[in-house]
Structure formats: structure tokens, C-alpha cells
Design a protein around this ligand. Structure first.
Ligand SMILES: N[C@@H](CCC(=O)N[C@@H](CS)C(=O)NCC(=O)O)C(=O)O
Length: 233
């Protein structure tokens, strides 16, 4: 059986394929990581229709949830932003910056990945998705969960520059997009000054790329991505 260690990283060819959408914050997490690691990738856009992806049975074989993002790296297929971030950081980051390996820093990173998939997702993500893309959901409950996420982040970022240790990690990458997009969900970031400083700091990272709604340069400023035709439904 193939393990991550058995598979030698290969940056020479553009064999990475990412099924994504430019308005999807979960896909954007992966585009950020690809850019930080200077990995070339083919982007395959997946269209949205009435709040759901327009995908066929072939796509469900890649991703049984039918969501974006999905990453294909030769014979490795992964769905879900957390799994993809972990794969890219453990497989392609020779400096071991992005996914700490120390016995305490690693689970601390896991704590923030957990926040990203819980209050950030059920709060910041959902409030934006309901208001901007017509997703079904309880907006009032999403706004409560989203404020809770911002309070937890402020508790850390009011004191420290990064979520784990002294530099950016996958924890920051996983939390950044929906916090940066929180205004589209009706949240007021001025109430969270530490979070605001962290957002500004994150945008100064080398090879930072943006997405619609986040300001700074658009993804087109990156040399690492080339767009494929849309996935047929
Ligand atoms: N937990 C997943 C969530 C993925 C997700 O919610 N994807 C959204 C776009 S950001 C999607 O594909 N929505 C359309 C659908 O579910 O059909 C992750 O972190 O990747």
C-alpha cells in the first residue's frame, strides 16, 4: 500500500488537479496552500445551481459528498479542505513549517482545524452562504455561532500573531478565508481588533493570493494556476 512517505514529492509537472469554485472559501484554503508551497495546479471549476454543485456520478466517485474542494494528485484523491491541507503540508512542505510535527504543536494545530470545521463553518460560512448563495439554514443560529468563533479567535489573536507557534501554519490557512469573508455574512470585524491585525498580517505572507470578496490581488496574479474547462454536469 502507498503511504505519503513512499511517494516522492514531484513538483516538476503539473499533475495536481483541484475541483473548485472561485467563490468557495473551502476551495480557497487549498489555493492558498498551493501558492504558499509554490505548487502548480490545474483548476477545474464546478458550477453552483440553487445552492448545490452541478456534478455527475463520475464526480461523486471522486467525492462522495459532491462538494468542492476535491484534489487529485496522480492516484491520490482527497476531498475536504482539512484533509487536503494536511496532505499538501505533510507531502510537499520540506521545511515542515505549515504542519508542525512537535507533540504539542501538532494537536494545537488540530484544535484550530476543529474550530474551522465547527463554529467557523456553522457560523461564518453558513451565514454568508445563506445570505449570498441561497443555502438553506438558520441565519440567526449561524450568526450566534459565527460570533462565538470570532471571540475564540480574538482570545488567541489579541495576544499572539499566529494561531500556533511563531509562524503561519495550516491552522491559519484553515481559519483565514471565512473570517476574511465574514462581512458578507453580516459580521462586524471591527469588534475583534486582534483578528483584524491577523487578517492584515496574513495578507502580507509571501505568495498570498486573494479571492473575490477578500481584496488585494485577484487569483489571476498567481502563476501557479491554470484553468481547465468547467466540469460538465
Ligand atoms: N467540510 C468541507 C465543506 C465543503 C463545502 O461545504 N463545500 C461547499 C463550497 S464551500 C460546496 O461544495 N457546496 C455545494 C454543495 O454542497 O453541493 C470542507 O472543508 O471542504
Amino acid at each position: 500500500m502507498l503511504t505519503l512517505q513512499d511517494k516522492a514529492p514531484d513538483r516538476s509537472s503539473s499533475r495536481l488537479k483541484l475541483y473548485d469554485r472561485n467563490t468557495s472559501g473551502n476551495s480557497y484554503k487549498v489555493r492558498l496552500m498551493l501558492s504558499f508551497l509554490e505548487l502548480s495546479c490545474e483548476l477545474i471549476p464546478v458550477q453552483l445551481e440553487e445552492g448545490r454543485n452541478k456534478v455527475d456520478t463520475a464526480y461523486f466517485e471522486l467525492n462522495p459528498r459532491g462538494q468542492v474542494p476535491t484534489l487529485k494528485d496522480d492516484d491520490v484523491v482527497l476531498w475536504g479542505s482539512t484533509a487536503i491541507l494536511m496532505y499538501l503540508a505533510s507531502h510537499y512542505d520540506d521545511a515542515r513549517q505549515w504542519l508542525p510535527v512537535e507533540p504539542v504543536a501538532l494537536p494545537q494545530t488540530g484544535q484550530w482545524l476543529e474550530l474551522a470545521q465547527n463554529e467557523i463553518s456553522t457560523g461564518l460560512f453558513l451565514a454568508r452562504a445563506v445570505q449570498r448563495f441561497g443555502y438553506a439554514g438558520d441565519l440567526a443560529a449561524a450568526q450566534i455561532a459565527g460570533r462565538r468563533a470570532l471571540e475564540v479567535l480574538e482570545g488567541r489573536l489579541g495576544q499572539r500573531e499566529w494561531l500556533v507557534g511563531g509562524c503561519a501554519t495550516v491552522a491559519d490557512v484553515a481559519c483565514f478565508p471565512y473570517v476574511a469573508l465574514a462581512g458578507e455574512g453580516g459580521f462586524v470585524l471591527a469588534d475583534y481588533p486582534g483578528v483584524g491585525r491577523w487578517l492584515a498580517r496574513f495578507k502580507t505572507l509571501a505568495r498570498f493570493v486573494s479571492m473575490p470578496g477578500i481584496g488585494e490581488a485577484a487569483p489571476a496574479n498567481s502563476n501557479y494556476f491554470h484553468q481547465a474547462t468547467s466540469l460538465k454536469s
